[in-house]
Design a protein around this ligand. Structure first.
Ligand code: SF4
Length: 310
């Protein structure tokens, strides 16, 4: 069973994405209020070797050999991937041994460092975040390590937007009452004007985070998008359907994803290629076995992994 590779998962932005998790759970230099993985247990800045990079690359290659439905190989996971000092080595190896598109999802905070920009440079798509510009909103929403400032983070985004040869899709996650004020929008607009990125993707809280925060409505997000400029798009759902998995493989795949994010029944249908009724039934069985639990968020029912300590 893979320790570092999961999916492919249906990603709003990337289609079917084979996830690569090069970081132990919740090693991150942010502690975002909207994080689906929960509070950051290790808020760290030090880049280091967490795992054997050859082992991770071998898992990726095995997964690529075993499935036909991968649109992109994405380094992301349950912490901040640029904290892994071997990120560049792993991306280069995956690029040289497969013909797949490689993406990196990062909070962007370490892109002010030349070594981190060099590490992400062989990737095809870079997906950094920029949730806030003012110190107040940055502290509120991202709760960064004390040594991360919005000025440094934005300087890093400017540098990478000048140097990176692939595509850059910048994400802004809006949380009601934290970074949606007219003043913060004006600051974001000013910074976006200085960044050479291909897309600005607006997102909001739609899945249950571990904290009581609220997302924006679709019309609010669309209004903000219109005011932030023409590169903006509101990220919408995915519509590709996977091939069916065997029963054991299905459980393994679904639990591996639920370790990292919540899923609706619709997500599970798209991900695993079974019918809605079958997905609902299987999820109910896992819930009865107390492996997972369901959480209602506005109009949707999400399934999350049950904390074994509870
Ligand atoms: S940067 Fe990502 S992993 Fe880190 S706390 Fe924020 S959402 Fe969670």
């Amino acid at each position: 069973m893979s320790k570092h590779v999961f999916g492919p998962v249906p990603s709003r932005r990337l289609g079917f994405s084979l996830g690569v998790d090069p970081i132990p759970r919740k090693y991150c230099n942010y502690d975002c209020v909207y994080c689906q993985i929960g509070r950051t247990s290790h808020r760290e800045m030090e880049r280091r070797r967490f795992f054997d990079p050859d082992e991770i690359v071998a898992e990726v290659l095995e997964a690529v050999r075993g499935t036909k439905r991968i649109d992109v190989i994405t380094f992301s996971g349950s912490g901040e991937p640029t904290l892994n000092q071997d990120l560049g080595l792993m991306i280069r190896q995956v690029k040289s041994k497969t013909d797949k598109t490689v993406a990196v999802i990062t909070n962007g905070s370490l892109l002010s460092r030349p070594d981190v920009r060099a590490d992400v440079s062989p990737a095809d798509i870079l997906l950094p975040s920029l949730d806030a510009v003012s110190e107040q909103a940055f502290e509120l929403i991202n709760r960064p390590h004390p040594s991360v400032t919005p000025q440094d983070m934005i300087a890093g985004l400017k540098s990478v937007s000048q140097e990176f040869k692939g595509k850059i899709w910048l994400e802004i996650m809006f949380v009601k009452g934290m970074n949606d004020s007219p003043e913060e929008q004006a600051l974001l607009r000013a910074v976006l004007g200085q960044l050479s990125v291909d897309r600005v993707q607006l997102n909001t809280v739609t899945r249950p985070p571990s904290e009581a925060v609220q997302g924006l409505g679709a019309s609010e997000l669309a209004r903000i998008g219109a005011s932030l400029g023409e590169r903006c798009e509101v990220i919408c759902g995915f519509d590709k359907r996977a091939e069916a998995l065997g029963a054991e493989e299905w459980v393994e795949c679904v639990l591996a994803i639920l370790d990292r994010r919540s899923l609706t029944v619709d997500d599970v249908v798209r991900l695993t290629g079974i019918t809605w009724e079958e997905a609902k039934e299987r999820l109910k069985r896992l819930e009865a076995d107390e492996v997972i639990q369901s959480v209602r968020q506005i109009d949707d029912l999400f399934y999350v992994r049950k904390d074994p300590t509870q």
